[in-house]
Design a protein around this ligand. Structure first.
Ligand code: SAM
Length: 332
């Protein structure tokens, strides 16, 4: 029997977190993520069904995965997303189900997602300015995303985190506005360094703002230890501004040792299992499953992928070759 024993990679990191991209389609076209025309993605027939996802997750649980994040593309455009959350939430052994969204459809879905068993949500929001929101997302409406954020708070999803990708001369003048947002709302704003990933060709060293610079622009912040930080299992380090309802976190994708505490695998919507965000290859769990693989065979693929986790990614600000992959297929 292949199941006993936790998943530990060759660098002694315990792997207990799976990010599931449930669609590669998105209702926005963020400048740094997608080209204006979007991308064709996988044929619909390749997308994993709810049952296939649930089977993979339950095998993962038997191997020690106890947290999942549903992502995309935009997960809320997947038909039947509430039912999928409900099905996954019922799997015994999962401690945490979270979801990453651009928030645009969250106002109508937050309550049902909460009722279906979703614990918490991350809303990606790079600007608080209406015109700029349209420019960055190419056609989104800021008010929809803000209503989604409020609906998440009202529905009792907790914690609610706001992910801000910081880009020089595009939204870097709003860092203080986001710090103020975390002062007046119980949300956890996380500033994220831009990464050289995506086929939109947007990344350049001139657009990349190092974490140190982002931190300097936040003003006075008090460090929080792990016990006072919002619940989560990712790479952010958290601070609080005096008297604030929320917190401020930083994710240095390029300038910090982002990988040291990596605890995750990524499953694309077409069933490819990736050991790292920067991986070029991954075993196709979906295809194996459809060709009649047993649970033991699938568990073997998961173990092999964990064994292949690199010690760290090799993306850097000087990189002139982008990692040619769509974040919407990888799940961010
Ligand atoms: N649609 C969902 C959302 O907006 O959160 C989930 C998918 S989206 C690809 C996941 C995250 O990846 C978002 O927070 C987005 O800002 C981030 N992302 C995409 N491309 C990026 C890049 N080149 N550098 C940094 N973050 C990126």
């Amino acid at each position: 029997m292949i199941f006993p024993g936790a998943l530990t990679d060759p660098f002694h990191r315990r792997i207990d977190y799976l990010r599931l991209s449930v669609t590669d389609r998105c209702n926005l076209r963020c400048l740094y993520c997608l080209p204006p025309q979007g991308f064709n993605g996988s044929p619909a027939a390749e997308l994993l069904s709810d049952e296939e996802i649930a089977r993979i997750v339950s095998i993962g649980i038997r191997l020690g995965i106890d947290k999942i994040r549903i992502t995309g593309g935009e997960p809320l455009v997947r038909h039947g997303i509430v039912e999928l959350v409900h099905e996954l939430a019922r799997l015994p052994g999962l401690k945490d189900i979270s979801l990453s969204t651009n928030g645009v459809l969250l106002a109508e879905l937050a309550k049902s997602l909460r009722a279906a068993g979703l614990s918490r949500v991350n809303v990606s929001l790079d600007t608080l300015n209406r015109d700029r929101f349209k420019r960055i997302t190419r056609f989104g409406e800021l008010d929809d995303a803000l209503e989604g954020l409020q609906a998440a708070l009202a529905a009792g999803l907790s914690p609610v985190k706001v992910n801000v990708v910081v880009m020089k001369n595009l939204n870097s003048d709003e860092i203080e506005d986001f710090v103020a947002l975390a002062r007046r709302l119980p949300v956890h704003v996380r500033f994220i360094e831009l990464m050289p990933i995506g086929e939109s060709g947007f990344f350049s060293k001139e657009r990349w703002l190092p974490l140190e610079e982002i931190q300097k622009r936040c003003g006075v912040l008090e460090p929080l230890d792990d016990t006072a930080s919002p619940k989560g299992f990712g790479p952010a380090v958290y601070y609080k501004s005096p008297g604030a309802l929320g917190t401020i976190g930083f994710i240095g994708a390029l300038s910090c040792n982002f990988c040291r505490r990596c605890n995750r695998l990524r499953l694309t919507s077409a069933g490819r299992l990736l050991p790292c965000l920067a991986s070029e290859q991954g075993e196709n769990l979906g295809r194996a499953l459809r060709s009649g693989a047993t649970d033991n065979d699938l568990a073997g693929i998961i173990r092999k992928t964990v064994h292949e986790k690199p010690e760290q990614h090799h993306m850097g600000p000087e990189q002139n070759k982008m990692r040619e992959a769509f974040m919407c297929a990888l799940g961010g």
